[in-house]
Design a protein around this ligand. Structure first.
Ligand SMILES: C[S@@+](CC[C@H](N)C(=O)[O-])C[C@H]1O[C@@H](n2cnc3c(N)ncnc32)[C@H](O)[C@@H]1O
Length: 177
């Protein structure tokens, strides 16, 4: 049997959307709003940034686990999500896709966790990123921000990537005080 790959991940999540169970689509969660990054575009971005160079990837607000599962094709990946139902959906996806050796999910508030232990962070923001920036003061890793709506203030953008209509900004070392 083939191992997990981007095609199996896309197939799994597409089937989930077609079945339109409660966890698929868009909705409010206890700390924000859930919408999903687009899988083929995220995969293309991760290839461009050579995600396999990183030791630990964290998705801050991992929703249904799509991005964390894709990151698990490259490196060790953990998703942090406040919404219990989405966390359950994400764990089920990782189990179904045979990704549990590389991928894990934690249900909780990432602002109360030591996220600076990772060397690569990803966020598809549902609000401005000031609190994350405060928490990462002095951190030396790479932060990937999906979409153009909430740019960072204290991290310099290193690269702007585009794939069709989707955008990803790669930020480098903290430059604030
Ligand atoms: C726009 S969705 C992105 C989902 C996923 N990262 C993706 O790209 O497909 C943002 C998610 O962040 C979660 N979230 C927002 N603030 C959070 C916090 N402080 N701790 C944990 N999860 C949070 C929301 O519940 C929501 O599911």
């Amino acid at each position: 049997m083939n191992g997990p790959n981007i095609a199996s991940i896309i197939r799994h999540y597409r089937k989930c959307q077609e079945e339109a169970d409660e966890a698929c689509g868009y909705r409010l969660t206890p700390l924000g709003a859930w919408a999903s990054s687009r899988a083929p575009h995220v995969f293309a971005f991760f290839r461009k940034v050579r995600l396999e160079r990183y030791r630990l990837f964290l998705d801050l607000g991992s929703g249904d686990g799509l991005v964390t599962c894709i990151a698990g094709l490259f490196t060790r990946a953990v998703g942090i999500e406040i919404d219990r139902d989405l966390c359950r959906t994400a764990r089920e996806a990782a189990r179904h896709l045979l990704l549990l050796e590389k991928v894990d999910f934690v249900c909780g508030d990432y602002l109360s966790m030591r996220i600076g232990g990772a060397d690569c962070l990803y966020v598809y923001p549902d609000k401005p990123l000031g609190r994350i920036e405060e928490q990462l003061s002095g951190w030396g890793g790479t932060l990937l921000v999906y979409g153009p709506h909430f740019p960072l203030k204290h991290f310099p953008p290193v690269r702007h990537l585009r794939c069709a209509r989707e955008r990803l900004t790669v930020y480098g070392q903290f430059s604030g005080s």
